[in-house]
Write a protein that binds this ligand. Sequence first.
Ligand SMILES: Cc1cc2nc3c(=O)[nH]c(=O)nc-3n(C[C@H](O)[C@H](O)[C@H](O)COP(=O)(O)OP(=O)(O)OC[C@H]3O[C@@H](n4cnc5c(N)ncnc54)[C@H](O)[C@@H]3O)c2cc1C
Length: 508
Amino acid sequence: MPKTAIIIGAGPAGLTAAYELLTKTDIKPIIYESSADIGGISKTLNYKGNRIDIGGHRFFSKSDRIIEWWQNILPLEAVPPKPGPDPEREDKLMLMRKRLSRIFFLRKFFAYPVSLSLETLSNLGIARAVNFFLSYIKVRLMPIREEKSLEDFFVNRFGKELYGTFFKDYTEKVWGLPCSKIKAEWGEQRVKGLSIAKTIYHAFKKMLIKRSPLDQKNIETSLIEYFLYPKFGPGQMWEEAAKIIKEKGGEIHLNHHVVGLDLQKNEITEAEIKVLNSNEIKVQKADYFFSTMPIKELIPALGENAPGGVKRVAQGLMYRDFITVGLLLKKLKIKNDTKIKTVNDFIPDNWIYIQERDVKVCRVQIFNNWSPYLVKEKDKVWIGLEYVCSSEDEIWGKTDKEVSEFAIGELLKIGFIEKEDIIDWAVIRMEKVYPTYSGAYEEFETVKNFCDRIENLFLIGRNGMHRYNNQDHSMLTAMVAVENIINNLKSKKNIWEVNIEKSYHESK
Ligand SMILES: Cc1cc2nc3c(=O)[nH]c(=O)nc-3n(C[C@H](O)[C@H](O)[C@H](O)COP(=O)(O)OP(=O)(O)OC[C@H]3O[C@@H](n4cnc5c(N)ncnc54)[C@H](O)[C@@H]3O)c2cc1C
């Protein structure tokens, strides 16, 4: 009998696990996906021909293996395009995009990451600039010895004034907590080695060394300037991967929600799956189980055999939820203030961080600048307003119409749009998009150690590991898990080492 693996979730991690099993082993993958879509958080939704990328997904990685994997599925477009008619092939491509994302603060644009340019200084005014400099020097001379919170982490790298102006409000909007209450570990994961010194070093190096846009290995994540992007958004990558998985004999079941896992001693024997929109419950046996579902939901699914302490910690894990408001416009009110030449003098940013304190919107995505193919009519502007929130917040409880009115009101307030230019809107809600390092996370090892002892269970991906993993990290955890099965390696340590900087670079 050929062996089988149940994979919970058809996001990047689950699909990669299935692909790797099919191409490297004889194990048959069976994916169960709760929603009606492929791609998890990295899916692309189509609203009347206009595509929404939930979060704006850059495809970049420090791992050559991941870049090759992506290009195997969607090759990089040839510049100039290759001659010859092959319309379908021409659509299955990745574009090379140059990143531009700026901060909007004091109703002005600032470079991101904040650069010490003349423009920044003139936007800030001389008094603020001097304050930044003095507070930075102060922290260099007297750093906070023990970084207990994210606030300490930022202050040590940027000085108190710069932190207060450019990092505090945005970070607190995203996480819904004061930075002083967020663990410093978040900074290590997200901002990693970014600091003023690194930013300046990077700027000099860029002037001296010409590198391939795909070679981003030794660049801090926040400074990466080029990224790949599927022509029709990130979901295109995952829909293509799903097609290949099915062609190779894998199964993908949408609208199938895994509700139970039968744990016997150190092994799971079968999964119980609820078929949504019906009363049917399926039971499926398997040899291996890969989980990308939130750990908070996985542990109760293991039933009575999960110890009380593990259940308590899992129950206390916290997440942030997400609303994107898509807005279709005739034009934007704000004009291109850069030297970059654009079509119709359109602002060139991929996305803009909204640091303004008088609005709740965190970021504005300009989908036209991610890929013009996301937009149905090329002369229209298609943007996304992002709200990071909790499903208990007031905004989540509003109707879609109320959310859209609220979002439009905010953009009018900060001067991005004019009311008469609005053509249409769409509201998309996604739960648990950010696993947070707060709540019971301090005791996370209890859950991790318990799950690691279940021999045929592999926690992979973002919510699957309760870790701030990007697509490439999520994919690598799946790849390492499959390799462990091939090599009969019992320890799960190497899966947890992915996305701990240095240890996952293949080019060490
Ligand atoms: C705002 C934002 C911006 C981002 N930007 C980037 C970026 O620029 N670049 C990048 O590489 N990454 C980015 N990411 C991260 C990227 O979205 C994730 O790394 C990736 O989607 C995680 O893949 P995954 O398969 O682990 O999980 P997910 O994408 O969350 O997929 C998990 C799937 O499991 C399903 N599921 C859950 N429970 C069950 C169940 N019980 N039964 C069956 N199915 C279930 C869910 O429906 C979901 O489809 C961003 C994320 C966010 C939120």
